[in-house]
Write a protein that binds this ligand. Structure first.
Ligand SMILES: Cc1cc2nc3c(=O)[nH]c(=O)nc-3n(C[C@H](O)[C@H](O)[C@H](O)COP(=O)(O)OP(=O)(O)OC[C@H]3O[C@@H](n4cnc5c(N)ncnc54)[C@H](O)[C@@H]3O)c2cc1C
Ligand SMILES: NC(=O)c1ccc[n+]([C@@H]2O[C@H](COP(=O)([O-])OP(=O)(O)OC[C@H]3O[C@@H](n4cnc5c(N)ncnc54)[C@H](O)[C@@H]3O)[C@@H](O)[C@H]2O)c1
Length: 450
């Protein structure tokens, strides 16, 4: 009979959540095993944030160059898709070896293979059994299964990052983060892009008035939007794909159709019943306030596989740190979701932190609003941006920031300042006394809070 391994901590998944647990637990002298069936590093650096941001940065220069034509910048600037993708892959592809080298150096055992539960205390990978003291599920998320006929012809985002020739016509199904970010990249690079949404509301996690500005900016770059269009079938017709959607079965013909219809916790392959794992309403691992399984106390979970709040890298890492603490020192730490800034990396980026106005109204929180267009400010006029806008919610009770959303160049940096102000409970009166470098985008906070 093969020997059963008994490490202290067995981690399923090597992304931001699993990585945080591995590094912290090994530093405290634990015997740690990490299993992953894909190259090590997880979604963020290999198939998510990082490759996306690379493509964002290149396309951003191209778009901004266009905006500068009237400001004296001449000469053609075109995107060579193949070169851009090759350059992105050159930066991305060494990452798994770097991760594994780091693991080896620090004594973390890397196992290549799909992990599943054989029983509540036993994990099986490549027919080998592990009975660890603690099991950490950090298996991330996977595209939501869609049930219309021909859905197997859809391209997922992992495949999008491997496209070497830009398709002429691309359709994105969904109206969330991925549809907006990737549609902007493809449109600026020269594809004809359609985004189809089953409902009427795009980007639910952002203020609708700022989403409107984003949609205007998207239309300017040629992205076409179609609402109330649930997809009903997809088929191949010679060398093109035909998607039918909506009540009238409208046909969309394209070279590729991308699944951007959300992601769900990656639990099915884990054999959750054998692990006695209770799932939550979103289909993620149900955990208590200490990120410990509510049904199997040997198990903790962190990151997208929990689906507690948002599928974001900083949230996954923070939950990983909470899990490490609780494994090493006993349950005592809880995740803190009170201030989570995030950015939609579109052109321009749309960024937010804290309460949305709809939430403040629903929760009957007394607030005042500072909002408006920033198009007249010299910061945006200089760069020819047409739809910059902002909305800041301030507590009527104590003058602190409740939430902020903005759409404009560098908003991903300005939002961190608002996050800092929220963390430190800085009042608007105090913020207005702070000095900012001039003329910087951060300085526009003074204009917003006038
Ligand atoms: C296109 C895209 C762009 C994104 N952009 C951003 C962004 O700009 N900013 C941001 O904050 N977030 C972004 N995200 C989200 C971010 O990537 C995730 O929130 C983050 O990676 C979650 O980390 P995780 O460790 O929970 O899971 P993951 O990083 O997904 O890692 C999970 C790992 O577990 C492995 N695994 C799964 N099941 C098993 C199994 N049974 N056995 C072994 N291994 C298994 C997987 O192979 C994977 O490597 C983006 C996501 C996508 C898809
Ligand atoms: N910049 C970032 O931080 C960033 C970027 C990309 C992804 N992410 C994370 O990854 C997650 C997944 O991104 P996403 O864009 O796939 O999800 P999303 O939740 O942002 O958007 C999903 C979209 O698909 C639609 N949809 C849902 N079910 C559908 C169905 N059955 N048929 C058709 N449409 C359907 C929804 O209405 C929504 O518009 C995000 O929620 C986010 O947390 C973050």
């Amino acid at each position: 009979m093969t020997k059963v391994e008994k490490p202290d901590v067995f981690i399923i998944g090597s992304g931001p959540a699993g990585g945080a647990v591995a590094r912290t637990c090994v530093a405290e002298g634990k015997k740690v095993v990490v299993a992953d069936y894909q190259p090590f590093g997880g979604t963020c650096p290999l198939r998510g944030c990082e490759p996306k941001k690379f493509l964002f940065d290149v396309t951003n220069v191209a778009l901004r160059r266009k905006h500068m034509t009237e400001r004296g910048l001449r000469g053609c600037l075109a995107i060579n898709w193949k070169m851009m993708m090759t350059a992105m892959a050159e930066m991305r592809d060494p990452i798994p070896s770097l991760v594994e080298n780091f693991y080896e150096k620090h004594g973390i055992i890397a196992v290549h293979g799909k992990a599943q539960f054989a029983s509540p205390d036993t994990i099986l990978v490549n027919k080998k059994k592990y009975q660890p003291d603690r099991i950490v599920i950090a298996a991330g998320a996977t595209p939501r299964p869609l049930d219309f006929s021909g859905n197997e012809l859809l391209m997922n985002t992992d495949q999008f990052f491997e496209i070497r020739e830009l398709p002429s016509r691309i359709v994105f199904i969904g109206g969330g983060f991925i549809a907006f970010e990737l549609s902007h990249i493809a449109a600026i690079a020269g594809a004809q892009v359609d985004v189809i949404l089953r409902s009427e509301r795009f980007l639910r996690r952002f203020d609708p008035s700022l989403v409107e500005c984003m949609i205007e900016a998207s239309r300017d770059m040629g992205v076409r939007f179609h609402t109330m269009m649930p997809p009903s079938s997809l088929k191949k017709d010679r060398d093109e794909l035909v998607l039918c959607a909506g009540e009238d079965n409208i046909e969309f013909r394209a070279d590729c159709i991308v699944h951007a219809a959300g992601r769900i916790a990656h639990v099915a392959a884990l054999n959750p019943q054998k692990g006695q794992l209770e799932l939550n309403q979103k289909g993620g691992i149900n955990v208590n306030e200490f990120m410990q399984s509510t049904s199997n106390p040997r198990v903790y979970a962190a990151g997208d596989v929990v689906g507690n709040t948002m599928e974001l890298t900083p949230v996954a890492s923070m939950e990983g740190m909470v899990v490490s603490h609780n494994i090493l020192h006993g349950n005592g730490e809880r995740p803190d979701y009170s201030v989570v800034p995030y950015t939609l990396f579109t052109h321009p980026p749309l960024s937010t932190v804290g309460l949305q106005e709809e939430e403040a109204q629903a929760q009957k929180i007394p607030y005042k609003v500072y909002e408006g267009s920033a198009a007249g400010w010299s910061e945006y006029r200089r760069i020819g941006e047409r739809y910059p806008s902002y909305k800041v919610l301030v507590s009527k009770k104590d003058d602190t920031i409740l939430g902020a959303t903005m759409n404009g160049h560098n908003s991903e940096e300005i939002i961190n300042i608002f996050a800092f102000a929220m963390r430190t409970k800085t009042t608007v009166a105090e913020l207005n006394k702070w000095l900012w470098a001039y003329p910087s985008f951060g300085y526009t906070i003074r204009y917003m809070l006038k």
